[in-house]
Ligand binder design. Structure first.
Ligand SMILES: [Fe+2]
Ligand SMILES: [Fe+2]
Length: 275
């Protein structure tokens, strides 16, 4: 892969700086936008339909009144580049597939949610949830203590630990402070602890033993239940009390905290559940 600046962790979050760079250079054509996008965001390119993204960004930039504030520009760009639910789900699955390309990631149908593809915090969280659904399915496609199982399990645990901690910091801490949604936040955070214990228990046991996959399936069921409830109940309740600016801000806090929490996550190995 050619060298370039460190890419931002999230493609959509960088649309504003992409647009600003094009403006600063006086380059407003779609071709130039596309080149800037490639240079800035190269490692994220597998997620992006480049001709479409460049065309949309170019159209937005030509339409804009450049006396508008960066926030207004940011909102216009984000609104315009909302991804379709199908594209968002496919991008999340392909992130999981990058860990072990030969493994099947059959996640089947997912519970209905209006948040998938949304350019704010809730769409970002569902994107992670879809990646987690794919990782669970891929692990079930492995056998014994194979390198793929070891690698996928490590990725899943780091992903979920990073996601849960960042979700608590970006979303649930705020939702907790509103008496009308305190219970939703408490419920979600309590489940994070239960799930963390289940992963510590799995990490302490022999992956090649016959009981491991059975325990793994129970953890999967618990986690899928947790994220379905978030998507269909707790996010829906929380959204009613948040402004668009809150939700955009939460997305950037989440992205920042997720990468820090994921890279700093330590996998606890401790038998916590009954045999
Ligand atoms: Fe959660
Ligand atoms: Fe979540």
């Amino acid at each position: 892969m050619p060298e370039g600046p460190t890419p931002p962790p999230d493609f959509l979050a960088d649309w504003h700086s992409l647009a600003a760079e094009c403006l600063a250079g006086g380059r407003l054509g779609e071709r130039e936008l596309l080149d800037a996008a490639r240079r800035l965001l190269l490692p994220a390119s597998r997620k992006v339909d480049w001709p479409k993204a460049g065309g949309e960004c170019g159209a937005i930039i030509r339409e804009r009144d450049w006396s508008a504030s960066p926030e207004e520009l940011d909102m216009a760009v984000r609104t315009k580049v909302r991804r379709s639910p199908e594209a968002a789900k496919a991008a999340a699955i392909s992130e999981a597939k990058a860990i072990a390309p030969d493994r099947a990631a059959r996640i089947g149908s997912t519970p209905a949610t209006t948040f998938r593809g949304d350019p704010n915090i809730f769409g970002r969280l569902v994107e992670d949830h879809d990646k987690h659904r794919a990782l669970f399915a891929m692990i079930e496609d492995t056998v014994g203590k194979s390198p793929d199982r070891v690698r996928l399990f490590s990725e899943l645990v780091h992903e979920i630990k990073g996601h849960a901690a960042a979700e608590e910091q970006a979303l649930w801490s705020t939702v907790l402070r509103n008496p009308e949604t305190t219970e939703d936040a408490r419920h979600a955070v309590a489940e994070h602890k239960e799930i963390d214990d289940m992963f510590a228990d799995l990490a302490a046991r022999d992956m090649a033993s016959p009981g491991w996959l059975r325990r793994f399936a129970a953890t999967k069921e618990k986690y899928l239940h947790h994220i379905r409830e978030e998507e269909q109940e707790q996010f829906v309740a929380a959204e009613k009390h948040l402004s668009p600016a809150d939700m955009r801000h939460m997305r950037s806090v989440f992205n920042r905290r997720k990468s820090a929490e994921k890279s700093g996550a330590e996998v606890e190995r401790k038998i916590k559940l009954k045999a």
